[in-house]
Write a protein that binds this ligand. Structure first.
Ligand code: GLN
Length: 536
């Protein structure tokens, strides 16, 4: 089959869940046996979100090939299990950089470089992915931002041109918002009409509308939207609030979103796939009655900042038949005097990743408290480094032990800058990024959690590293290195075997947890945390 293209845009307001809708479309088509990929185009100038503060942009998601990307790629992977790469995340910055580099190289000699056609051509080239599309049936392209933004105009022009060029092989899905006005007790479709008008003024007629709503839309309202927006009634679907984002694909399937897309393209719809394992997951989610409380010790008081960790914990909970209740504990507020109170009632604690000095003392206090009280603890990246520093300070007796990131002068740099990082001066995209091998030590708790091979691969995003000069001392004192990168001999995992569950990973396991394949370390952590919990 020739590759088909689905473009997903959004209107009215941001945060409507375009990423979830794109991921759901991917899931539904995949369930029909199609080979699919999903990509995100972001209209900002940064080359990637790697240098952005999580408050600006939420979590930075890392692909196996080491690209720092938008958190929506996390949804794509968790929903579909497809491994994305650097080609699935494009920004205006990358588009311009490619064009400007080409101009300097002399590729356009004699020509004036303009937004149309040079920038739009480069956007189109990346949307089409022709050299990458081997065997792909569908390419779903989500465009960030909201219709009408100045920044997204070149992307809309590229979609308009592609639509014209590809004919029936392209479908435009537009996501809008239908607000409920309490005083009038009415759902309002006017913002949707305006959003579609805006899209039409750019030459794009949406084929399918997905209406985000907090209240059920009746057929009359759907009909009104259909007739005012030139869209077939069966192509107006609604995305109501769901108890969980993982119920969205089911709701979309029930309303025939995938079938509508296929009809627009002109491929036979056939039978609706059962998606048994997905339904099993949802059933499990509905059935879970026991609760387990997990503390997330971090410094970003924003849900999206630890998105993949949150999702990984929730997923692992469902497979352990428990509902995970997450409690954000701001590490800036944690002190020796109040740590017991702050972590009271937590069956387990995650020490979160992060950068820089702010909030690290609280993380160290938390790591000390959970280690000495034998509360299951999972340190991720900076969290693992905090476990290592805490151990050096309080067990090895090196009061000034630190990471060189926080104190370049420390006499005990138990976490040090990696050798290859020392000469790097540029900030963006220069960390140790992407998937690297890790050799597990048989017999360790971590090895048991993974359950099969000794060689695993996990994704990284850091500059600093466990300092091997101290390895013997750690091992003798009870903190073991149970995972090593064989090529560079870097410590990847530490574990205190005497504790119920005290494990730190230099890598980020949260990036590779999916709905159908929850990550083994999160599974094992939640299992230990939920041992002995009773029905809520
Ligand atoms: N700041 C630490 C480093 O660069 C940890 C990074 C992280 O937690 N992702 O090594």
């Amino acid at each position: 089959m020739e590759t088909k293209y689905i473009f997903v845009t959004g209107g009215v307001v941001s945060s409507l869940g375009k990423g979830i809708i794109s991921a759901s479309i991917g899931k539904l088509l995949q369930a029909r046996g199609y080979k699919v990929t999903i990509q995100k185009f972001d209209p900002y100038i940064n080359i990637d979100p790697g240098t952005l503060n999580p408050y600006e942009h939420g979590e930075c998601y890392v692909t196996v090939d080491g690209m720092e990307t938008d958190l929506d790629l996390g949804h794509y992977e968790r929903f579909t299990g497809i491994e994305t790469t650097r080609d699935n995340s494009i920004t205006t910055g990358r588009i311009y950089k490619t064009v400007i580099d080409r101009e300097r190289h002399g590729d356009y000699l004699g020509k004036t470089i303009q937004v149309v056609p040079h920038i739009t051509d480069e956007i189109k080239r990346r949307m089409l992915r022709e050299e990458l599309n081997e065997g792909l049936d569908f390419v779903i392209t989500e465009v960030g931002g909201t219709i009408g933004d100045i920044e997204s105009a070149p992307f809309m022009e590229a979609i308009r041109q592609l639509r014209w060029q590809l004919g029936r092989n392209a479908v435009c899905v537009h996501l809008t918002y239908v607000p409920y006005l309490k005083a009038a007790d009415e759902l309002k479709t006017k913002p949707t009409q305006h959003s579609v008008k805006e899209l039409q003024s750019m030459g794009i007629q949406p084929d399918i509308l997905v209406l985000r709503t907090e209240r059920h839309l009746n057929d009359g309202l759907r009909m009104k939207v259909a007739s005012f927006c030139n869209v077939d009634l069966e192509c107006v679907v609604q995305s109501e609030d769901m108890p969980s984002i993982y119920e969205v694909p089911v709701s979309m399937q029930r309303q025939g979103l995938d079938a509508a897309i296929m009809r627009k393209i002109g491929i036979p719809v056939g039978e609706t796939p059962t998606m048994k394992s997905w339904h099993d997951y949802i059933q499990k989610q509905r059935n879970a009655t026991r609760e387990v409380h997990i503390g997330l010790v971090g410094k970003y008081a924003l849900q999206d900042a630890y998105k993949s960790i949150r999702e990984s914990l929730t997923l692992a909970g469902i497979y352990n038949d428990v509902k995970v209740r997450l409690h954000f504990v701001n590490s800036e507020d944690i002190m020796k005097e109040n740590v017991a109170e702050k972590l009271d009632g937590m069956a387990g604690v995650i020490i979160c990743p992060g950068f820089g000095q702010r909030g690290i003392e609280g993380k160290l206090v938390a790591a000390h408290y959970t280690r000495t009280h034998d509360i299951p603890t999972f340190g991720i990246c900076l969290g693992m480094q905090m476990m290592v520093i805490e151990f050096a300070r309080n067990v090895l007796g090196y009061a000034d032990a630190n990471s060189c990131e926080m104190d370049a002068q420390t006499t005990h740099p138990v976490i040090d800058l990696m050798e290859e990082q020392k000469s790097i001066t540029q900030m963006g995209g220069t960390m140790r990024l992407g998937a690297y091998d890790c050799e597990l030590q048989p017999g360790s708790r971590t090895f048991e959690a993974y359950g099969r091979d000794t060689l695993i691969k996990e994704r990284h995003r850091h500059r600093y590293e466990f300092n091997n000069a101290y390895l013997d001392e750690y091992e003798k004192a009870g903190m073991k290195c149970v995972g090593v990168n064989p090529a560079a001999n870097l410590v990847e995992i530490v574990e205190i075997p005497d504790k119920r569950w005290y494990i730190g990973t230099q890598f980020h396991p949260e990036y590779s947890s999916t709905v159908l394949h929850p990550h083994p370390l999160f599974m094992s952590f939640i299992k230990t945390c939920s041992d002995g919990t009773v029905e809520a």
